[in-house]
Design a protein around this ligand. Structure first.
Ligand SMILES: NC(=O)C1=CN([C@@H]2O[C@H](COP(=O)(O)OP(=O)(O)OC[C@H]3O[C@@H](n4cnc5c(N)ncnc54)[C@H](OP(=O)(O)O)[C@@H]3O)[C@@H](O)[C@H]2O)[C@@H](O)CC1
Ligand SMILES: Cc1cc2nc3c(=O)[nH]c(=O)nc-3n(C[C@H](O)[C@H](O)[C@H](O)COP(=O)(O)O)c2cc1C
Ligand SMILES: Cc1ncc(COP(=O)(O)O)c(C=O)c1O
Ligand SMILES: [K+]
Length: 530
């Protein structure tokens, strides 16, 4: 919901007691959460009352109320959490194994999103006697496969086949099991992450041995943190163990985790969590549960098993960095022809399922050397060069008219690779542009006619009005003529560089520049210092 709700006027139209549609500045909004979970209604924001008539009366509510709604997240009481558990495993047909597998996977993926295995390798998982402990065992297995080194402390093994199986699976991966006595009293040196999978929503009373001692060691870690000494981060599964499930840390003497992964929906104690990373996991909640408990939760993006709840933490931009780890990229293994090498890497980018691997930054410059860059989409590449399409009256087009030289840059983040290409630029033939133009979706064809690219327009309505008019004109499906001012460019490459990230910033850089061998045009490959 966040992106939709920055503006002031939100129109709410009621259909029944709870059901309403939302319109922001006249544009219908399908809340993402309801799209993915098919929630037919939203919780009423505090202070908004239902009109007397349910026949579709519309009115506006204020910005602060919208923000209140935006912040509204549902929390479950202890009783509700147990009830949801029963419904899932009763009428809804789930088995505990399934839910635990998905819960443990959510915990592992949440951790992997924030704490990279390259920096936070050693993970101690403290497992309690119930399902929360089972989630910890599952998370440990997934973390092993993600490249972490897990250790388990599971002092009260649950004598059920499900748990015995989870233990066997970890033993077969040679994951060490440590007794409480094996554990160092001071956990600060031996581990980078500690997963608290001791108690979940069935916790009650005060922690009994040996778990009281484990919890106390987590409290000591918080004290380390306060003294600015490096200590492991603590990740709590569902509930910070020792906290009251609804009231939180009532004694004020328990530990404060750095990350909380709420499962299914946050429990009431999560309101008291003020650490930097709150995630939601357990992507199995069906609409019937969402409706029954009036759940309002952030939607999971794409195929993710977890989603962040609340604001991302403040980051120190200067401290943001990745350590690249890639296979070596050496002279002996490259293609003699840089276009063939480009195709090889492009195929890798496709195989890695990267989003828009054909997106490239195009840099041009004015005749007096003022550079500018923007992204465009590569639409073809062969021995003649790299092709993209655009508006011939745009800023880039003016640059290219006065200085027909450009550079292209591809960055394939998931593969730690970039490719630089430099050369001279020419327009493609009218026939080639015609052919490509008509291959585009009709909406994009109309968009190209509507948009005087790079010139100032009076407002969004200018484009939308023109678009609607044209859409009507071409609604009979007739051919949309390509505007004269729209077409392709081809960059003929004169220099290439293939870059692959490596540890300690000692990256591989292989440059291809033109040369002549026996009077024939060829390419010289040279390694550049990173
Ligand atoms: N949708 C869902 O529902 C899903 C739920 N999932 C997971 O299940 C978790 C809930 O699991 P759960 O019900 O097994 O309870 P949990 O809190 O792990 O442990 C209970 C054990 O602790 C013990 N114990 C209690 N208090 C104690 C104390 N003071 N000191 C010492 N011991 C104490 C208690 O013993 P008892 O007191 O009964 O003798 C019992 O043995 C939930 O939080 C989530 O992580 C996910 O896997 C999948 C989706
Ligand atoms: C991923 C991506 C792909 C783009 N592809 C194109 C494209 O193929 N052609 C184009 O004209 N603009 C494309 N754009 C928009 C351009 O980046 C840019 O805004 C536009 O071409 C105007 O640039 P100019 O004013 O420098 O000429 C793309 C933008 C993004 C983010
Ligand atoms: C303004 C503009 N023109 C053209 C394109 C390329 O689109 P297509 O793939 O439909 O040719 C894009 C892509 O983002 C664009 O933003
Ligand atoms: K826990």
């Amino acid at each position: 919901m966040r992106p939709f709700l920055r503006n002031t006027h939100l129109m709410i139209r009621f259909f029944s007691t709870h059901s309403f549609s939302l319109k922001l500045n006249s544009t219908p909004i399908i809340p993402q959460s309801s799209r993915s979970l098919q929630i037919p209604f939203f919780k009423l924001p505090h202070g908004v009352s239902r009109p007397n008539s349910s026949s579709g009366i519309c009115w506006f509510c204020s910005k602060s109320r919208i923000e209140a709604m935006q912040e509204a997240i549902s929390y479950l009481s202890q009783r509700e959490a147990a009830e949801v558990d029963e419904i899932l495993m009763g009428p809804l047909g789930f088995s505990v194994d399934q839910l635990m597998e998905l819960a443990g996977l959510s915990v592992a993926t949440s951790i992997a999103e924030v704490y990279k295995a390259s920096e936070y390798k050693r993970v101690l998982v403290l497992c309690g006697p119930g399902n929360n402990g089972g989630d910890g065992l599952v998370a440990a297995r997934h973390l092993f496969h993600f490249g972490y080194k897990p250790f388990i402390c599971y002092p009260k093994k649950t004598p059920k086949p499900l748990y015995a199986g989870l233990v066997t699976q970890l033993e077969s991966l040679s994951v060490p099991f440590l007794t409480v006595e094996d554990l160092p009293l001071d956990l600060s040196k031996d581990f980078d992450i500690i997963i608290d999978a001791i108690f979940g929503f069935s916790f009650h009373g005060a922690p009994r041995p040996p778990f009281n001692d484990l919890i106390q060691r987590l409290v000591s870690l918080n004290e380390y943190e306060e003294s600015n000494q490096r200590s492991p981060v603590i990740v709590s599964v569902d509930i910070p163990s020792g906290w009251h499930v609804e009231e939180g840390d009532i004694s004020g003497s328990s530990f404060k985790p750095d990350m909380l992964v709420s499962l299914t929906a946050p429990k009431l104690c999560a309101k008291k969590f003020d650490g930097p990373h709150h995630f939601l996991g357990g992507r199995f909640v069906p609409p019937s549960i969402v409706n029954k408990y009036n759940l309002h939760l952030p939607p999971y993006p794409g195929t993710a098993m977890c989603v962040r709840i609340g604001k991302p933490p403040q980051v120190d931009i200067a401290a943001l960095r990745e350590n690249y780890i890639s296979p070596e990229f050496v002279e002996e293994n490259v293609e003699a022809d840089p276009i063939r090498q480009f195709h090889k890497w492009f195929d890798d980018a496709i195989a890695a399922n990267l989003r828009e691997p054909n997106a490239m930054s195009l840099s041009t410059a004015t005749s007096d050397g003022k550079p500018s860059s923007r992204m465009v989409l590569l639409k073809g590449v062969d021995e003649d060069g790299f092709v993209w399409y655009t508006n011939y009256e745009s800023r880039k087009a003016h640059n290219l008219a006065e200085n027909p030289r450009a550079s292209l840059l591809f960055f394939w983040e998931g593969l730690n690779r970039q490719v630089r290409v430099e050369g001279s630029v020419q327009k493609v033939s009218e026939e080639e542009s015609e052919q490509y133009f008509h291959s585009r979706p009709r909406g994009s064809q109309l968009g190209a006619i509507v948009s005087p690219q790079s010139s100032v327009v009076p407002g969004r309505h200018f484009l939308i009005d023109k678009y609607k008019e044209l859409k009507d004109r071409f609604s009979n499906g007739s051919l949309i003529p390509k505007p004269k001012h729209w077409g392709g460019y081809r960059l003929k490459p004169e220099l290439f560089e293939f870059w692959q990230g490596q540890p300690s910033r000692l990256h591989d850089r292989l440059q291809y520049s033109p040369c002549e061998i026996d009077g024939k045009k060829a390419w010289k490959v040279e390694r550049l210092a990173p």
